[in-house]
Design a binder for this molecule. Structure first.
Ligand code: PDD
Length: 288
């Protein structure tokens, strides 16, 4: 029998079937909330301080107080992970402004955020599958000017992903005003003449934790890295393209807009980086 799934809701640990929220919750009515996805290897969340900092930034951008201290968050993570044993997992954490009695956009004085957390059993990434690469298309990024917030209002991302699906590919490279922003749920990297390039953070993309880690690992391992805007017109001549995220890790894009990216194979810089990334995870898995 599958182990019972225990989730965290407003201070309580409950079987998932018993965890319910009000239909008046502003997360439900307005998408008024933020979230985080934190990968876990062994018992150790990856870059937990950076995830908590981004959580804090998202909360402050939407004028919501952080309900717990970092130490308290870490304690809850440890307890929830202990109640949902496994190897490679991820913590999904969502905070909404909670239920208000009147359906009104105005933020009420009463503070009753809804805090929800569950553990996703993600399984180890299969490198030979990942190496096969993915196909993408470019799509106009029509989202708002607040993409740095990890908002639960994801309908635009859902629409963009659906546009990619309708084009017969797995994801999109989003382009705003002629410049690449990110994927529908990932950050964008390009390799040109051995140099790894990614767009700077701004209100038009999420500051990915995987993105920062990839930049850091590249710099530590002698891969030249440039952070600068990438014009859509540069894509056709890219040697490699990657999409990065907590769940996808580092996915090589081998076809874009029905054309091969270089020779349509995961490239040498990706191979070097994915090995470095796997080693980084392995150290985390083994740490007590
Ligand atoms: N998404 N950009 C967007 C729009 C994202 O939704 C994500 C992650 C990223 C990458 O961020 P990170 O490296 O911190 O995972 C970039 C998560 C995984 C999700 O929505 O499930």
């Amino acid at each position: 029998m599958a182990a019972e799934k225990i989730v965290y809701l407003n201070g309580a640990y409950l079987p998932i079937e018993q965890a319910t929220v009000s239909v008046l919750d502003r997360g439900f009515l307005f998408g008024d909330g933020i979230y985080e996805v934190i990968p876990v290897f062994g018992i150790n969340p990856l870059r937990v301080d950076e995830h908590l900092q981004r959580l804090h930034n998202s909360l402050s951008r939407i004028s919501l107080d952080n309900p717990l201290t970092n130490a308290a968050w870490k304690q809850v993570f440890a307890e929830l992970l202990a109640k949902n044993p496994g190897n490679d997992r991820a913590i999904y954490l969502q905070i909404t402004r909670g239920p208000h009695q009147v359906r009104d956009l105005k933020i009420q004085l009463e503070k009753c955020p809804t805090i929800f957390m569950m553990v996703l059993q993600v399984g180890a990434v299969n490198i030979s599958e990942l190496e096969k690469g993915i196909e993408t298309v470019t799509i106009d990024d029509f989202r708002w000017h607040a993409c740095d917030i990890k908002s639960i209002s994801l309908v635009a991302n859902v629409m963009l992903r659906e546009q990619a699906t309708q084009s017969g590919v797995v994801d999109a490279v989003l382009v705003r005003d002629g410049y690449v922003t990110e994927g529908t749920a990932s950050n964008f990297f390009m390799v040109k003449n051995g140099v790894l390039i990614t767009p700077p953070t701004s209100r038009h993309l999420l500051p990915g934790i995987t993105r920062d880690l990839v930049i850091e690992l590249a710099q530590e391992n002698g891969i030249e890295c440039e952070i600068r805007p990438i014009a859509e017109s540069e894509l056709a001549a890219a040697d490699e393209i990657w999409l990065t995220s907590s769940t996808r890790e580092i996915a090589p894009v081998i076809r874009l807009n029905c054309r091969d990216v270089a020779d349509a194979k995961a490239g040498p810089v990706w191979k070097k980086m994915i090995n470095i990334y796997q080693q980084y995870k392995q150290v985390l898995r083994q740490a007590q």
